[in-house]
Design a binder for this molecule. Sequence first.
Ligand code: GDP
Length: 196
Amino acid sequence: LNFQPTVFITSAADIRQLPADDGVEIAFAGRSNAGKSSALNTLTRQRNLARTSKTPGRTQLINVFEVAPGKRLIDLPGYGYAKVPIAVKEKWQRALSEYLQKRESLKGLVLLMDIRHPYRDVDQELLHWATDCDIPVLVLLTKADKLKPGARKSTLLQAREAALVFGGDVTVEMFSSLNKLGLPLVEAKLTEWLTQ
Ligand code: GDP
């Protein structure tokens, strides 16, 4: 699948405002600042498709992109920002778990985690929800360029080991938007999910 023609379709304030639940889609999730926007831009070879966040945690919308007719990428708001009130966090988490449970068109979840701080609380929660719903997950350890090759490799192996706890279909890879490390693997997995 060629991801370059991806276009922005709409923003939704709420999961209930997403486009009709037909076709196929892949959701992208991660803590604020994990490198999600950069990864989407790298994948689509566009400099500004997803806005990279200058102010993490700012009120965010769900952004919907279309790779091809009926094939969507769903950019979920970054989480884990300390200043968001707890009630807002809880509401969002309920909506997210409902989305993972009910969305028929959802074929996979890409979970982005900074390679230097993997598996923070909400990351783990999301992984549990997704695997409980039989949604395949691609965990991307982002900003892999920040570690030396040796540390990178050992972190990857540890992260793969840790992923076993969740059961289900969880693939862990390294990724860097800076030097495109891992890009072919990401493209292959996303193509598999969107063309099944
Ligand atoms: P988001 O909040 O998850 O969308 O994260 P962004 O894509 O906005 O990235 C957050 C910060 O990390 C920005 O300053 C990016 O320039 C930086 N960043 C993102 N990806 C990479 C990467 O692969 N390598 C490095 N070194 N920095 C990155």
